[in-house]
Design a protein. Structure first.
Length: 184
């Protein structure tokens, strides 16, 4: 894994030894950041299922001011800390939350501009997680970038969000959704 662009361009990241963790490929990462790159400057990012920190660190490299990394796996958290230290990323640029993604969405979904979700391919609670996040995120028009298995789609029609775009890459669907104004 490497950082594709920005301040840390070309730098390599460590990966977890856990074979069940599937890092986002460079191809998928290039696609995601080609869409959102111009909007990252001074943004707040939340990286759920952060693993090694691949997506969140790429966002920092491209101008995000702060990333909240969320993962429940202690080994992933250790790898993430190693990567942050390797790149000399200062602790005022990030927070690490060791918590299950659903629990995070219920407890404190934050006020981010972007939310990256890269759950395990076999993750039956994906729609529930997306619904909770969209409902509980404070920022109107927050954008959620979700890499998920084709056989585990998210709803295209929803009152709380709008599907901006979706693309199939290999076994993955990359879905971009935006929280819509709640008129209650």
């Amino acid at each position: 894994m490497r950082i594709i662009s920005g301040k840390y361009k070309g730098r390599r990241l460590s990966a977890s030894d856990n074979l069940s963790i599937r890092p986002t490929t460079d191809r998928v990462k290039e696609y995601i950041f080609s869409i959102i790159a111009e909007y990252l400057d001074k943004s707040r990012v939340y990286d759920l299922f952060s693993g090694s920190g691949n997506l969140g660190i790429e966002a920092l490299s491209r101008g995000a001011t702060h990333v909240t990394f969320i993962d429940k796996n202690p080994a992933s958290i250790q790898t993430l800390k190693k990567n942050l230290q390797l790149l000399d990323i200062t602790d005022n640029q990030y927070v690490i939350v060791m918590k299950d993604a659903l629990r995070f969405a219920i407890d404190n979904a934050g006020d981010g501009h972007f939310y990256f979700l890269d759950p395990p391919f076999v993750y039956p609670d994906l729609q529930q997680l997306v619904d909770l996040l969209v409902k509980n995120v404070a920022r109107e028009h927050a954008v959620f970038v979700i890499e998920h298995e084709i056989s585990n789609p998210i709803s295209q029609q929803h009152a709380d969000y709008e599907m901006l775009r979706q693309k199939k890459i290999g076994r993955s669907l990359i879905s971009f959704i935006k929280k819509v104004q709640n008129n209650e």
